[in-house]
Write a protein that binds this ligand. Structure first.
Ligand code: MSP
Length: 649
């Protein structure tokens, strides 16, 4: 089956940032998923170069427009390479192959009467490249919720496209094709907008010359949106190119919510007017915003260098973060500490740790040679059933362009595998001669689980398969989507190695108090020795201190008056603790072990003179004491006869 997927083409007026990268990474994951299924995939991205705002930016940089865009386009291409984007083509709207198709379509629309000449008198928002009538403006500014900037008055001779003529046909189409605009919230917005009435669209400009000339009236350049949308077919060689015949109509145009309107109205009407089938799906995702809910934008000075981020954390981790963090139909929050947290918890602790832990055991107990599986027991059967369930759910989510849910499902499998290690306790089996076959089965199951993880994560983190295949001594032919819920694929007798951790943990001391860092440390790549004796792996006693040094620590009883989980974290809990009449906020890494109800009204021990520190934007004034060993953590509490504020010494 063929699968044609596109990203929007990006304005090369400034270098891409991590928010802009989302669309392309999501499209790439979908393209890779379809390739893995054996589909014939065409994945297109590119740049939208004929916008007025680009002319202005180039002028502001004292450069001619073409040299300016050539430079920025290279940055886009570099970023896509750095993020392992597997596009089959990259279209630039300054290329001749595109320009000639735009001119051909413009002429056809004019000749058949769908484009006519008149005069435009109204407003234009250059940042949005959108025409606005006076009555739509919001206090004289651009009414687009994400913009709100100044608009300019235009009064010029223009060509107009008869959108109004196609209003009924478009509504009928949307109403009879329920999957056309997704998710459903965007579809409803569009229906409402169209029902409000479509006005004919101004599709040419005469006040600047940068752009594609109207062939029969060259003082006009084609309006940038009409020009840009046509890229989806010009890149395929419309009207008679082989790729066009093979791949059109597109299976999905994926884009941010801000530009669904252009794709759901102007684009289908162009296609209807030239008698070309409509794309199957127009999918509008949310935006990545900063922690305070603002836009990531150069003018706000909050754009981080995407290349530096990729260098610091790796392309797979950045891709994982972007795809996992944004839920369908909503916006996502981007911040570097969110990236670090996801990397440490999901990738280092859960995913990477399972792989290194289990391979280390194959190395330790069977010299790295994968043993044959013996009789399977309930635990193995449960894992098998789960792999089928997870694969089905992943297929379903990806068919709905929902990578976040797909990853959530895969991590259900990863979590179950980690639990399987604890349940089967191979370090104990290894000590019992009569458990040899059982240990073989467990070790074989580990390696099969790793193979399955390599397949399931391949569309999202394309660097993983080759790394895992390297550890298993296999080549990438092992990665077959249809085998993600099949078992017994790996032959016994292959030699595996432990290798380096796939995702080394990032030091979080900058982000967390020592207490929280410790909790993370304990879960991290537990060395094989401590796995053998999980109960005895105590931390060494620290070096001696004097009583005076100890006396500097002011420990107090504190009464927990309220507790709540810190949003979007797995382990942080925000507590309000009363100490001698003063209520303090303390953020503590105990949320995996306690619910809010467990803590409220408890009398805990607080380090009361610890310097305040900021965690997830919350100032934490103190630290709660807890004892921990392995996975177990217990907060120290005292008898309720003592009031909050009592000294602990
Ligand atoms: N050139 C037009 C698209 C024409 S398609 C025929 C355009 N370009 S853009 O560069 O402004 O935006 C490209 C894509 O990036 C859009 O899908 C937009 O929604 C997306 N994003 C820009 N900033 C974003 C975030 N902060 N988060 C997620 N996506 C964001 O519009």
């Amino acid at each position: 089956m063929k699968y044609y997927i596109t990203t929007p083409i990006f304005y090369p007026n400034s270098s891409p940032h991590i928010g802009t990268a989302y669309t392309t990474v999501a499209a790439d994951a979908l393209a890779r998923y379809h390739r893995l299924q054996g589909n014939q995939v065409y994945f297109l991205t590119g740049t939208d170069e004929n916008a007025q705002k680009i002319v202005r930016t180039a002028e502001a940089n004292n450069t001619d427009t073409k040299s300016y865009v050539d430079g920025v386009v290279e940055r886009f291409k570099d970023l896509w390479r750095a993020l392992d984007i597997s596009n089959d083509d990259f279209i630039r709207t300054t290329e001749e192959r595109h320009q000639k198709v735009v001119q051909q379509i413009f002429t056809k629309l004019y000749e058949q009467g769908d484009i006519y000449k008149s005069e435009y008198s109204g407003w234009y928002c250059t940042p949005c490249e959108t025409f606005w009538m006076e009555n739509k403006l919001n206090e004289g500014k651009c009414p687009n919720a994400d913009c709100g900037r100044d608009v300019e008055l235009l009064k010029e001779e223009s060509y107009f496209f008869r959108l109004s003529k196609y209003q009924g046909a478009l509504l009928d189409y949307i109403n009879t094709h329920s999957d056309f605009i997704q998710p459903v919230s965007r579809r409803n917005e569009m229906v409402k907008f169209i029902e409000g009435g479509l006005e004919d669209l101004c599709v040419s400009r005469t006040t600047f010359q940068w752009g594609i000339k109207v062939p029969f009236d060259p003082k006009h350049v084609v309006y940038v949106w009409l020009d840009a949308l046509i890229n989806y077919i010009s890149a395929l060689g419309y009207p008679d190119g082989e790729n066009y015949k093979n791949y059109w109509p597109a299976d999905v145009h994926i884009m941010g919510k801000d530009i669904v309107r252009f794709h759901a109205i102007i684009w289908p009407i162009i296609l209807m007017a030239i008698d070309v089938p409509l794309p199957k799906v127009i999918y509008g995702h949310g935006w990545y915003l900063t922690k305070d809910g603002g836009k990531i934008s150069k003018s706000r000075g909050n754009v981080q260098d995407s290349f530096a981020l990729i260098q610091r954390y790796g392309s797979d981790a950045i891709r994982y973060f972007l795809l996992r963090e944004m839920q369908v139909g909503t916006d996502g929050t981007y911040s570097e500490d969110n990236v670090v947290e996801r990397l440490n918890s999901d990738l280092a602790n859960d995913f990477g740790n399972f792989i290194s832990r289990s391979l280390a055991m194959v190395v330790k107990f069977r010299d790295g040679i994968v043993p044959p599986s013996g009789q399977e027991q309930a635990l193995e059967l449960e894992l098998k059933a789960l792999s089928t369930e997870v694969k089905k759910a992943v297929d379903k989510s990806l068919r709905k362009c929902d990578p976040a849910s797909a990853l959530e499902e895969i991590w259900r499998f990863v979590a179950r595998c980690n639990k399987y290690v604890d349940e089967t306790a191979p370090w104990s089996l290894a000590k019992q001669e009569d458990q040899r076959e059982r240990l073989d089965t467990v070790l074989y199951t580990f390696v099969e689980c790793i193979r399955i993880m390599a397949i399931l994560t391949a569309p999202f983190m394309p660097g993983i398969p080759s790394k895992i295949c390297g550890l298993l001594g296999k080549d990438e032919r092992l990665i077959k989507w249809e085998e993600a819920d099949q078992w017994g694929i790996l032959e016994e007798g292959i030699k595996v190695q432990k290798g380096e951790p796939l995702f080394p943990r990032i030091d979080m001391t900058e982000y967390l108090t020592p207490e929280e860092t410790k909790t993370v440390d304990e879960k991290q790549n537990a060395p094989i020795e401590s796995l053998e004796m999980p109960v005895l792996g105590f931390e060494p006693i620290k070096e001696e201190i004097s009583i005076d040094e100890f006396a500097k620590i002011d420990l107090r009883v504190g009464k927990v008056v309220s507790a709540e989980k810190v949003e979007k974290t797995d382990k942080l809990m925000k507590l309000e603790v009363e100490i001698a009449g003063e209520v303090r906020t303390i953020v503590s890494g105990i949320a995996k072990h306690y619910s809010a109800e467990d803590l409220i009204n408890q009398y805990v021990v607080v380090v009361a003179n610890l310097k305040p520190t900021k965690l997830r934007g919350i100032t934490s004034q103190g630290m709660i004491l807890a004892a921990s060993q392995g996975e177990v953590l217990e907060v120290l509490t005292v008898n309720k006869r003592l009031p909050g504020g009592a000294r602990v010494k």
